[in-house]
Ligand binder design. Structure first.
Ligand code: MSP
Length: 647
């Protein structure tokens, strides 16, 4: 059967500034959607590129003492490298200085001119150089450019105009009949109310004030307006009116033009009208995503607050950055960037939820079965629920991605990760491991966990290709088991397959604030230590016999819960090998009870029992620190038999 096609584009970027995390977001979002559709079996074409003409670039090149193309080549090189670093798997990178593109744009212009949709006249108005836009007197805001707020100057030139108004009614009808054409809804309303309904003016589509652009063959002093030039890339890259591979039939109309909200007007009004004039079908969806903002507002080179994706990717890893922008940028509205937030996402979602699920599972398979689960089956409580959650997941994720809603698609996957972590706490494999008779049950539980991890690896692969590949390696599965078909059925993980544990997928990171606090704390402690050392009194020494009186043992936590009557206390049920005990401990501010089950700790086992708020405590846990940062529970370096004496 022939594959269904899927064509997605990003904006083509201006190579005038260093690309920042905002551009990275746009491109990572498109890449993730493209990879997901590919996973689902679509024939995907993913286009990105650079928008290389215009006065701004001509001036920047002059300032740098270079010819425009030479100047731009240097910047474009950096853009290629950025997309390579970010793992952007585009099908084609179009540059508007590419010959196939300039050739097509000229033909597009000629076609529209011959058709009578473009005519020659004079233009007079207020021109904004950075925005490369003309404004009328009434459009100005306090005498400045209404888009960027910068100075404008009066200009008059002979120019060609496109008859936008001719197509306005058709476009309005199209928007009304196709609810998915402009998304999100707010963007559609804004375009309708602010531009279409008040009436469209004809658009000036040539310039004579500079010459870095595509020149008209029949009127050489005119260069084609950069937006007409740039927007055409979406079809010239498919071979429209040029000699390149002819892909129009296969991919046009585009399924998604992904853009930032600031360029909605060009994409939802001018572009569809140009397409109508060319008798081409319109793209199915134009999605205007929000902006990544900083606390103080927009990022800008002049403010010097541009967030560099290369620095972040080096510091935290490419997949952490990809996950962060995809998860944190809300669907259809602006999002606030903060490095602390990125660290928090890394620590909670990646290191803790996903990383621990993988490392706990593979470590248990290694510990209990030397890395190979025997093919023994014993169904039990919670299996069905886990299986059902896994089976429902691919459809849920797909439906969010079809809506271009990545935050919710990822949230669904993370709900399932939480479900799988809970399954470990519910089935308590370390307790099953104690009894020979439970071997089949233990094998089944661990098998279900490996299979759940396989589902997770497949579903995160579009967003985090590197992490998915590492998971695949640890799970030791073939490419086929990373496919979309393979997550339509639970239970395909091969039996008696060797797994391996490795370095944690996502190391925990300390925020700058945490680091500073820790350093301060350490300083204080060092000082305290110096003092106690000098004051050390020989009479405080104890003999080995004294020490032997303290019965310290390794215990395995079976269960941990909040104390019913005290916020600061946790109640732990521990296994001491020959017996089970209850411990009440004042660590509720520092540890989530869900994290503790299964952990091995060191306890003082012969401390006189005491009651805390009505609950008996029959041992004491050993720990250091008295606040969240410094708090740590003492644990054996490697698993030990519960009840082993600490010497
Ligand atoms: N060259 C035009 C696009 C032509 S498409 C036919 C252009 N280029 S740009 O480099 O200035 O911007 C490219 C995209 O990056 C735009 O969609 C813009 O919205 C997006 N972003 C720029 N800064 C951004 C953020 N801070 N946050 C999110 N996206 C932002 O416009």
């Amino acid at each position: 059967m022939e594959k269904k096609s899927f064509y997605i584009t990003t904006p083509i970027y201006y190579p005038s500034a260093k690309l920042h995390i905002g551009h990275t977001y746009s491109t990572v979002l498109a890449d993730t959607i493209a990879r997901f559709k590919k996973l689902c079996g679509y024939d995907v074409y993913f286009l990105t590129g650079t928008d290389e003409h215009g006065q701004k670039l001509q001036e920047a090149a002059e300032a740098a003492g270079k010819a425009p193309k030479e100047y731009i080549d240097g910047i474009v090189e950096g853009i290629y490298q950025l997309w390579e670093l970010m793992n952007i798997d585009y099908s084609r990178f179009v540059r508007t200085t590419d010959q196939f593109h300039t050739e097509s744009v000229k033909k597009i212009f000629d076609k529209l001119y011959e058709k009578g949709d473009i005519y020659k006249d004079y233009y007079e108005g207020w021109y904004c150089t950075p925005c490369e836009a003309y404004w009328t007197q009434t459009q100005l805001k306090d005498g400045k450019c209404p888009d960027c707020g910068r100075e404008v100057y009066k200009a008059k030139e002979e120019a060609y105009f496109f008859k936008m108004s001719k197509y306005a009614d058709r476009l309005i009808a199209h928007i009304n009949e196709n609810p998915d054409f402009i998304r999100p809804e707010a963007a559609k309303n804004e375009m309708m109310n602010n531009f279409l309904l008040p009436g469209l003016e004809d658009l000036c589509v040539t310039r004579t004030s500079f010459d870095w652009g595509i020149k008209l063959d029949f009127d050489e002093k005119h260069v084609i307006y950069v937006w007409l030039d740039a927007l055409s890339n979406y079809i010239t890259a498919l071979g429209y009116l040029n000699e390149e591979e002819q892909l129009m039939e296969r991919y046009w109309p585009a399924d998604v033009h992904l853009i930032g909200k600031d360029i909605l007007r060009f994409h939802t009004i001018y572009w569809p009208i140009i397409l109508m004039a060319l008798d081409l079908p319109l793209p199915k969806t134009i999605y205007g995503h929000g902006w990544i903002l900083l606390k103080g507002g927009k990022m800008s080179k002049s403010k010097g607050n541009v967030v560099d994706p290369v620095v972040l990717a080096d510091k935290y890893g490419v997949d952490v950055l990809r996950y962060y922008v995809l998860r944190e940028m809300p669907y259809g509205s602006d999002g606030l960037y903060s490095e602390d937030n990125l660290i928090a996402r890394n620590n909670a979602d990646l290191a803790n939820d996903l990383g621990n699920l993988l490392s706990r599972t593979t470590a248990m398979v290694e510990k209990y079965f030397d890395g190979i689960i025997p093919s023994l089956h014993d169904e039990g409580a919670f299996d069905e629920e886990l299986r059902e959650a896994a089976m429902a997941l691919p459809r849920k994720v797909e439906s969010y991605i079809d809506k271009l809603d990545l935050p919710n698609a990822l949230a669904e996957i993370w709900r399932f990760i939480a479900r799988a972590n809970k399954y470990i706490d519910e089935t308590v494999p370390w307790v099953l491991a104690k009894e020979e008779a439970q071997t089949a049950r233990l094998a089944t539980v661990l098998y279900n966990l490996l299979e759940s991890l396989r589902f997770i690896a497949v579903l995160i692969s579009p967003a985090m290709p590197e992490a998915a590949a590492k998971m695949r390696e640890q799970l030791n599965i073939t490419e086929r088991l990373m496919s979309w078909e393979s997550v339509q059925k639970f239970g395909l993980y091969p039996e008696e397959n060797k797994v391996s544990s490795a370095e944690p997928l996502f190391p925990r990171v300390l925020s700058e604030e945490e680091k500073a606090k820790l350093a301060k704390k350490k300083q204080k402690q060092d000082k305290k230590f110096e003092l106690t050392e000098t004051k050390a009194d020989k009479s405080a020494e104890i003999t080995i016999e004294d020490f032997a009186k303290v019965d310290m043992r390794v215990a395995t936590i079976l269960k941990a819960e909040k104390h019913p009557n005290a916020d600061k206390l946790l109640v732990l049920q521990v296994d001491l090998g020959t017996e089970k005990r209850q411990i009440v401990s004042g660590i509720a501010d520092f540890r989530d009870p869900a994290e503790l089950a299964g952990k091995q700790i060191v306890v003082v086992a012969n401390l006189k029992p005491a009651k805390f708020r009505g609950m008996k405590s029959e041992a004491m846990i050993m720990a250091v620190g008295d606040d969240k940062e410094s708090f740590a529970i003492l644990m054996p370096e490697k698993p030990a038999e519960a009840g082993t004496r600490v010497k």
